[in-house]
Write a protein that binds this ligand. Sequence first.
Ligand code: 0RA
Length: 654
Amino acid sequence: MDMVKETQENLQDSNSADDYGADNIQALEGLEAVRKRPGMYIGSTDTKGLHHLVWEAVDNSIDEHLAGYCSHIEVIVHADNSITVKDNGRGIPTGMHHKLQKSALEVVMTVLHAGGKFDKNTYKVSGGLHGVGISCVNALSDYLRAEIHREGKIFVQEFAKGKPLGDVRVIGESSTTGTIITFRPDATIFETLIYEYELLVRRVKELSYLNKGLHISMLDERTGKAESFFSEGGLQEFVRYLDGAKKPLIADPIYVMTRRDDVEVEVAMIYNESYQENIYSYVNNIHTREGGTHVRGFRSALARVFKQYGEDSGAFKKLKEEISGEDFREGLTAVVSVKVPEPQFKGQTKGELGNSEVTSIVSQCVGDVLKNFCEENPREARRIVDKVILAATARHAARKAREMVQRKNVLAGGGLPGKLADCSSKDPHESEVFLVEGDSAGGTAKQGRNRHIQAILPLRGKILNVEKAMEHKIYENEEIKNIFTALGVSIEEDDNGDRILNINKLRYHKVVIMTDADVDGSHITTLILTFFFRYMKPLIENGNIYIAAPPLYLIKKGKNERYCWNEEERRAATEEFGGNNESAVKVQRYKGLGEMNAEQLWETTMDPERRMLRLVNIDDAMEADRVFSMLMGDEVPPRRQFIEENAKYANVDA
Ligand code: 0RA
């Protein structure tokens, strides 16, 4: 809170409305460039790019919140899929920009990268795809309206494809301040114009945890759905939410909120009784999938402080095995969020923070708080180091089990699992393996497949409950061993004793999970995804894991036949085939893969030319992991609530 106040004072004496002038605006570039190569600015023109427009607009309002001037943001999806983002900040300045002979508002809206730089105390994102500015949204919208409440007036300016339709005009008086941006994405640019409510809500909720004290609400006028979010505890509430129903090892999250140099560090962490490590990291509110220097600093503080405590308290006398960094992270759920003035993003997907100065800053800040925690909570600290000892012991047991399984496999000729129907190609680039629920659907898939490039591995029933199982048990499980050997991946250890997945010999670049399109099937998908999330994360990160999408309906009338994947398609097909005689149309509802014959399964679900596959990203897997823990966890109330909620949906769609 101190930080916000300080920011406000700075702003008031250095950045009054009058101050905001030509000097602060640089980098002139035409919006035509954005329309010509939209992908360069917003990543893509598919659904992801479409949603990116919303985040670009919301980011501006969040910057205003970070500067200390905005407490409420509202996102509205209108019936025609246009979007309004509204905030109660200071309002974009509307005064004349002398050098450019335009209003500041028009400059912000029509000049690339002009929006930022007015305030050195906020954390703008320069790298990556974020922070390209509201002018990009304008360029890619066939209509945009900016309404500003400021200085007692309401100002409006409208645009089409980035070009002003007129000057800023005053349309009335106002007793508040704020910015209301409404835009309609350009149909000639985007492949789809349909906004996904769930996707928007997921990020809005995340943003509310990452920016405590900020109210963000969502309204979908297409359906009337509305939700609003507000987090008082910020990351402390976020880790509790992420931890779901797992049994906590300590009563409250350990919480760090400090600022060193220009870097703001916020961390919340909790230990639970599971064996999993979940660290989520953010830089300037952007999720850093691959971590980076902030996560490195966090990990080093964790190992340093608890190692010291384990030694000083005598707990490590029990220790028979050498200890590794990851032993300190078993059962840990943490969120590491930093705000950095000039972040550098690295890595293939720019999902890794590169700023080297951040490592020691985070390490120091977190280290100080952890030392304090140990001094003030010796019993909880002891529980944590005892768990570290267990983790080291279990890791050694798991290594033995793994080595044993691998040795046995070598002795048995190192062959592939008997249940695997392999493909004839040996080129992983073109090869795919389908993990199919049940032997009977496996049989159908075997008949239907393209045997040159498609392999089938049937999985029996529910694979091992990975939540409860100790790791060494995992390697003794038949189905899981089959997955490891069929895929050709193995778990090894690096120089620090930390486990790494060796994927050099991955035999298929596409791994497709294929289950029934019913509630059971979706549970099994969750289970398998959770397994991949926990034991084969690099495959998810590399984009190797897919989910098959079998159709839900077959609509028939006479010779006309059409597969449908959702209600909308079903309605359209029924109308199209039936005209005013819809009763002549036959609707067949598919629930199981077993209801299709080999040819149907091929043409709807397996044929690379016609099928739909959903690429699994790490967020899907994260969510699967959370849902799974909730279903399998020991604590009953959230699980019951979850099942009841989902049973409702199950009935509706049956
Ligand atoms: C430039 C300067 C000032 C505020 C903003 C931009 C601003 C931009 C957006 C975009 C969405 N919401 C926004 N709210 C504010 C500060 C001008 C002043 O000193 O009053």
